[in-house]
Design a protein around this ligand. Sequence first.
Ligand code: GLA
Length: 730
Amino acid sequence: MSIHFQKEKRIFTIHTKHTTYQFMADPYGFLIHLYYGEKTEGTMDYLLTYMDRGFSGNPYDAGEDRTYSLDALPQEFPFMGSGDFRSTALIVRNEDQTYGCDLRYKSHQIYDGKYSLQGLPAVYGEENQAQTLQIDLEDAVSGLTVTLYYGVLPQYDIITRSTVITNGGNERIYVEKADSGVLDFVYGDYDLMTFYGRHAMERNVSRTPVDHGRLCIGSWRGASSHQYNPAMILAQKGTDEDHGLCYGMALVYSGSFSGEAMKDQYNQTRVLMGLPFEQMAYPLDPGQKLIVPETVMSSSSRGLAALSRNFHKCFRRHLCRGKYQMSPRPVLVNSWEAAYFDFTGETILKLARDAAGLGIDMVVLDDGWFGKRNDDNTSLGDWQVNEEKLGCSMGELADQVNALGVKFGLWIEPEMVSEDSDLYRAHPDWALKVPGRRPVRGRNQLVLDFSRAEVRDHVFRQICQVLDHAHIEYIKWDMNRSICDIYSEASKDQGRVLYDYMLGVYDFLEKLTSRYPDILLEGCCGGGGRFDPGMLYYTPQIWCSDNTDAIDRTRIQYGTSFFYPVSCVGAHVSAVPNHQTGRSVSMETRAIAAMAGTFGYELDLGQLSDEEREEVRCHVQNYRKYYRLIADGDYYRLSDPFHDPLAAWAFVAEDGSEALVSAIMLEIHGNMTVNYLKLKGLDPSALYKDTHSGRIYSGGALMYAGFPLPVKNGEYRAFQIHLEMQQEVE
Ligand code: GLA
């Protein structure tokens, strides 16, 4: 049992393997947060202090007690209208334009298994793996009810939270702000870590002290965005990879979102995560409800590395789904950087022939196979195969590729429409546009109104036509612009459109994955613009970035590793000079960077020299050999490539029996200094053999003394060391 209820004091306690979370429904029925952190027994209501504080109001039923104020107490679900003037998790506008709201505890349920959310992705867990706590709060005046869900996966120190807001009254209301993730601490000094970036340079790491004033991240682009990943870490000052207390929050959602952290007037810290309050006023008629996407939370008192591994395991084992969830992914070659729009069926066949000779499993035909699309200005929305360009049908092309012993995959971008398309000419109102205004274009394309079922169904039917007539084993689902002109012909209330759009995308993905359970889906949004837990529920891998430069990738993949498992990180070896940066690095370096992901190629294999082809064969074999270690092993960051002269990471078998250590030098200087690498996760009392050199090391020595990386001239040298635990002391 992870969830306990103490009846007299109405205290709820959640225990996971290493953490405890506690709150209570106090005598007034308000939910007061008590504790989250290292595992402990006992009730912690003694931590609360009550004082008569100026300008911190008191609920009416506190009578003459001026020491009780929701402006000062830590809360489970702070809401506007309670006299809490900090940023709150809920803002509801009533039909009469007031913001009156008074949510009190009504009832609760505890049950085995993890709750699910209708129409939204969510972490899942069987009855023997997870538990749910469900708490109903009610506003007696308006009839508004809020149900708080807590899902517990004790094994991974994971607690998820979601909120369902139901209009139980007689009049329409508007939800203007709704969060699911809340952390409220009565004291402490914390840093907020966020993962910011831009197209082709996603998930840089920022660490900023939480102080007075509000730190806000988020997206109002309709996608979770390249600019801020929907994930944050609150770290106690001084917390590093291996020491200190930290809390992670990640939103299982792929649309606009909001994340906030702040210190209040009493130096208390509050963190919130959920739907964005920009451009949102979600109407609820009597009886209707709004489901707020869930926030996955974890806490570690052993530093950031343990926190990351909790998220890796939860996402890989309890969020990703389908045939490919745990099974090896095909090593693929993608046609994009190999040929861009300039290909025929023969180009793809040639790529497949080259792939077959190198042991590559799959060829993926990227953008440009449909309508009359020979550049990125046309044909989105017309998902008819351009047989003239291919010289055959898609089915024939796939068969010819398959005949070479190579699998075949395809790129699609279902949410978009080009103005130059038959679809747009027939249904101009299907694109999101504000009436009377000219829309903002992005990559010269508009966004289809996926909040409307008829729009989705039309695109779905077209795509099924292609998939039903060709042996396609992989789909790359792209989304190549931000959403700006928010107006749906189908709705009078524009404050709901972005959320309904996301439900529409999820509905489409659910239909696609149920109809084609054997197809592997890879998410993509100009690379990593929708790299989030929501997409992972449908696509067990996501193209990490349009930037394939191995050196930039070490930083992008480092930032990505704080929440996301390696098994979901789309990473390919591409040509040099790199198309995004112009930088040239060795094939070895490119391969080692791409092996910290799903591994594949994105170049014209026909251009490779014999020597390079030999290297590719060897890298593909190595990737297969180490696959289990890479995908299922524990991931350790061994350096910070934003600040250190090298990027280094390791995959270590959970039982410590084996490790694969990778390092890429980021600097070289005259009379070079030596860099020592300290390993992690090994058994200190065991001996390990470097399977390449045969040299034996003590696990403890490798971890506590480290070992010197070879000093070799040349830029961006890469090293990979495979260690095996020795059964007997030699
Ligand atoms: C996006 C993707 C690329 C490629 C192109 C095709 O930018 O991230 O990998 O598929 O679209 O237009």
